[in-house]
Ligand binder design. Structure first.
Ligand code: SF4
Length: 778
């Protein structure tokens, strides 16, 4: 099919040279038999299936979505789209969309009307509030809703109900990105911009398989590689991914040893004299302590821990140290592994030590995985308060109370927000009895699934699931609310380089499905949530009025949207925050003059000990960093909690394929994507395959202390001793939609993963389970 690109994932090269402009290449794909001439309306939006924020127009004909076309003039993608952008829209019109609310009666989910469904939710919420208080109420949301929806949810949960139990599935995804940025720069916010790819002479990707996770960003890098004066790549990944195939230096460390490697790279940077001493002196604190901490972390020391050659590590250090314009990126290979935040912070340290901030081609992108993860964080729908405010700073609480017009004591700030893993633990223990899950599928995406299913199925826990399709989670819910999706509603979202796009409604949602914003506003109304003057707390009623409310909340903070409007976003396309009266065109790079959001009065956090996760007190922080400089922080490497042994001799890591998003609820309903990757597989190195007498196409069982799964063997590019399983596959399209029929019939990677998380970011560690392999003979 024209434009399908299933066999040509990154498309034709459009080479350009260092400092040049990335040429335009417009990608498009339409329903069979439709051409651009048939399109009646083009509706602007951006991609909702990864964090790149590719701008595109939805093609509409006969009231239906019939295709998509990349937007040539947008700063992010210059017209390009990735394989999921091109195809996933076909899932919107899937016959099994949720179109009617469902409630559980006598054990069965049955159809009902909105009034009955919402009254059931409200009655149960009121009952729990009256009998057990706000700490019995929890919300677990997504990285796929719009900023307006997160802000509404944060408002009703925090200022309306007074619960601190509000988190997103971004906890699984980008919690470490946010935390690492806060620890180094005082606040969340990516210093760099995608345009830095155009200028960098070295691009270092740490645990970031951009070819699969942000394919359009990878196209930009590929086009630089194909042009004059290409950048050199440093790639850290235990698999020889397409990115690693282009590396000048590829390091494939043993899983769980990223921090040892990074401590060595920092050590070598200092020992080889690659530190920009003026920058460090003027703009950072903590250098002496960091230098002392890594003083023994030589390449030889790390080589043994990481299973690498010392010469490989010194080659990497030389590449970093010799760069003039160094761009670094980080993703799940670090975020979901042992000592996640400490390792990600060491990447920030490399950038700070080398003075690589605020100039074209320089900086760090602590990447997001999900399309709207940045909004979950900035709007306060995960573990952060709206506007990157500091829960330990009373002035920040007063600001929020003023924005919401409530008493400051009504905004819970007795401790940090409850993270998702803790929320599920509270539900397991029985103190959290009402859990509203929106646009996410924990019955496949959280670790140790047998435990998660038991928690969700417990009759003492009332589960509301708001989604667009039936999932493993909706199968266990008490009330199911049918939601509208991308293309069926309007709102804004922000990508990993702070670019905000307006996504406009193109078609009506199916049946009785409603936008998530409508549903949250309806709930606030029915709960009669009011401010201190007796006026409705959620006083907005549509996407644009919600955006205006969010703008007011963001004003004066790092993620300042006050200079934006729907009209401006329509006119201009993507705009990077902060966008203010002073910077009406947005801001390409942060920290140009080495000025950070790290002063005690305005930082988002006073930080944590990177080894233990213990919070730093305000007085300690004020003494350490009175002037608000960037922070050089470190931690000692310690072995992972779960190490391989005789029973479980292999490291299991989970990850994604380019063809699927999350738990495949959307992408498996797009036939072209599903056909490209229809079932789970088990990927391993040739040597491990030989040792287990396994060939490509055999069935293998992956067993850990938690459970097992079966999949088809692929002899792949893993480091020896490492098994890779994609995490997308579950059960909704099987005969047992809520879970496997028996323990031996698992297909979800998370049947096997460990319940463990990073002590700083609380992100679960999916890339660190000890496993064994068994050949399935029958
Ligand atoms: S699948 Fe990727 S984008 Fe989604 S939560 Fe996991 S890491 Fe984030």
């Amino acid at each position: 099919m024209a434009g399908s690109r299933i066999d040509d994932l990154w498309g034709r090269r459009t080479p350009y040279r260092s400092g040049g402009t990335w040429p335009v290449r417009v990608d498009e794909h339409y329903e069979e038999g439709i051409t651009p001439a048939d399109v009646e309306q083009w509706v602007p939006t951006a991609s909702l299936l990864h964090s790149n924020g590719d701008a595109m127009d939805i093609a509409v004909a006969d009231g239906r979505i019939v295709g998509v076309r990349g937007r040539a003039e947008d700063r992010v993608n210059h017209g390009r789209l990735d394989i999921k952008d091109l195809h996933a829209w076909t899932a919107n019109s899937s016959a099994d969309r949720l179109t009617v609310p469902l409630v559980r009666r006598d054990g069965e989910l049955v159809e009902t009307d909105w009034d009955t469904a919402m009254d059931t939710v409200v009655a149960r919420c009121r009952r729990e509030m009256e009998t057990k208080g706000p700490r019995s109420i929890g919300f677990y949301t997504s990285g796929q809703l719009f900023a307006e929806e997160y802000y509404t949810l944060a408002t009703l949960a925090r200022a309306g109900l007074g619960t601190n139990h509000l988190d997103g599935n971004t906890r699984l995804c980008t919690a470490t990105a946010g935390e690492a940025l806060k620890e180094s720069f005082g606040s969340d916010g990516q210093p760099a911009s995608y345009t830095d790819v155009d200028h960098a002479d070295v691009i270092a990707l740490f645990g970031h398989n951009a070819a699969a996770t942000q394919p359009v960003l990878w196209m930009r890098i590929l086009d630089r590689l194909a042009g004059e004066a290409p950048p050199q790549l440093l790639v850290v990944d235990p698999r020889t991914t397409p990115v690693a195939e282009h590396a000048t230096v590829h390091l494939a460390p043993r899983p769980g040893t990223n921090l040892a490697l990074l401590n060595a790279l920092v050590h070598e940077t200092i020992a080889r004299g690659h530190v920009d001493r003026d920058y460090v002196h003027s703009h950072t604190v903590g250098y002496e302590k960091l230098a002392a901490q890594v003083s023994g972390c030589t390449s030889q020391w790390a080589a043994e821990i990481c299973g690498l050659a010392a010469a490989e590590i010194t080659a990497a250090a030389e590449l970093l140290g010799g760069s003039e314009r160094l761009l670094t990126t980080v993703l799940q290979g670090f975020y979901q592994s042992h000592q996640a935040t400490a390792a990600a912070v060491q990447v920030n340290n490399l950038v700070l030590l080398r003075g690589m901030l605020g100039r074209p081609g320089c900086g760090v992108l602590q990447m997001n995985g999900q399309p709207t993860a940045q909004n979950t964080r900035e709007c306060g729908a995960n573990g952060d308060l709206p506007g990157f405010r500091n829960w330990q700073n009373d002035e920040h609480i007063d600001q929020l109370a003023e924005v919401w017009n409530v008493d400051p004591l009504r905004v819970p700030h007795f401790g940090p927000s409850t993270h998702a893993m803790q929320m599920f633990r509270f539900a397991e223990q029985g103190s959290l009895t009402f859990l509203w899950i929106s646009a996410t599928n924990p019955a496949v995406s959280l670790p140790e699934l047998a435990r998660i299913r038991t928690i969700l199925a417990d009759e003492n826990l009332f589960v509301v699931a708001q989604d667009i399709f039936p999932t493993e989670t909706t199968a266990l819910a008490d009330v199911v609310l049918p939601a509208a999706t991308w293309g069926e509603k309007t709102g804004t979202f922000t990508n990993a380089d702070r670019t905000v796009h307006l996504s406009q409604q193109a078609v009506a949602p199916p049946g009785q499905a409603r936008s998530d914003l409508d549903i949250f506003c309806d709930f606030a109304r029915r709960m009669d949530l009011r401010d201190r003057d007796g006026e409705p707390l959620v006083h907005w009623h549509d996407p644009e009025s919600a955006f205006e409310a969010w703008k007011r909340c963001s004003a004066g903070r790092p993620c300042d949207y006050s200079g934006m409007s729907y009209a401006l976003l329509r006119e201009r396309g993507g705009i990077q925050w902060p966008c203010t009266a002073e910077h009406p065109d947005g801001t390409e790079r942060l920290y140009l003059e080495g000025e950070f959001w790290a002063a005690p009065a305005n930082c988002e956090t006073y930080g944590r000990d990177l080894g233990t996760g213990a919070s730093v007190e305000a007085t300690t922080y004020e003494a350490l960093n009175p002037q608000g400089k960037a922070l050089l922080k470190g931690a000692a490497y310690t072995p992972a909690h779960e190490e391989v042994d005789d029973d479980f001799p292999l490291h299991l890591i989970t990850g994604r394929t380019i063809f699927h998003f999350h738990t495949r609820t959307k992408t498996a309903r797009a036939p072209a994507l599903n056909d490209a990757a229809p079932q789970v597989w088990v990927e391993l190195a040739p040597q491990d395959a030989a040792e287990h007498d396994l060939s490509s196409g055999d069935q293998a069982e992956v067993v850990t202390a938690r459970g097992s799964l079966r999949g088809e063997v692929r002899i792949g590019t893993c480091r020896t001793g490492v098994v890779f399983v994609p995490f997308h596959y579950g059960y909704w399209d099987s005969d047992h939609p809520a879970g496997p029929a028996s323990a031996a019939q698992g297909t979800a990677a998370n049947e096997t993963t460990v319940t463990d998380w990073d002590p700083v970011s609380k992100q679960p560690l999916f890339k660190l389970s000890a496993a064994r392999l068994e050949k399935v003979t029958s």
